[in-house]
Design a protein around this ligand. Sequence first.
Ligand code: CP
Length: 308
Amino acid sequence: MNHFLDIHKTDPAELRKIIDQASATKQARLGRPKAALDDELPLKDRMVALIFEKPSTRTRVSFDVGVRQMGGQTMVLSGKDMQLGHGETIADTARVLSRYVDMIMIRTFDETVLTEMAEYADVPVINGLTDRTHPCQIMADVLTYEEHRGPIKGKKVVWTGDGNNVCASFLHAAGQFGFDMTFTGPAQLDPEEEFMGFARSKGSTIQVERDPFKAVEGADLIVADTWVSMHDSQSSKERRHNMLRPYQVNDHLMSHAKDDALFMHCLPAHREEEVTSAVMDGPQSVIFDEAENRLHAQKAIMRWCLGA
Ligand code: CP
């Protein structure tokens, strides 16, 4: 049994196996109806709890569809409707759920909820996003990059804007998959040193460059994310927008990267804020492939967790 809690906590060889499995099962399903079962049914007779303490479109739907395609069943639970939201401990919740379900995916605020769930559960636990990281998203992003451009090892990724939880998992991936990353954004929103330090400790070149045009020189991939994340206060919105406006990804900024640079965004996006529609809908954008690949990457993660 494996938990999938974070990219830096998973062995690089295992991460590579997950990406390869995702790619193979995606290919095997090409052209099939969405609800058609896979050839193999590794989750047959398995029940998966999907717990959401924050809103979600992609994570919720892609996990639900993925479990069903692999022959399993899901139970989608809202944290606030469970006793979890009314004082029952995480440890007790983990022990109880382990008697009913074969795997738990949780999206929560504080990462200690995730780690405590994993500590006390007898079944695999998957991180569906915390305030600090979003590993499933970045596994889908690595898969997406490699589908379009081949191995990500040695490439230059530029993160624009807020050094948030998605950026943190990208930095973990830089270390584990062997690519370089440049962060460009205001100093107040730099990624935590811990995340950059991890990638550097694995040999990746991690840079911080305040000038977005200098940052994207030689970039193979440019990534943007929303300027106000789910865990940020709405009262900070105007201040954050003012700080982040120079880092908008638009055609002018894209033109300073490599000609074949890709653009990614984990979505949901705020069009004309962190990125223009011209870039989102343009030829370098792979945002909807990223969204689709959540499904394929997470199916492979679930199989890895269960050894199935
Ligand atoms: N990218 C992502 O995690 O999307 P949702 O918040 O809709 O799940």
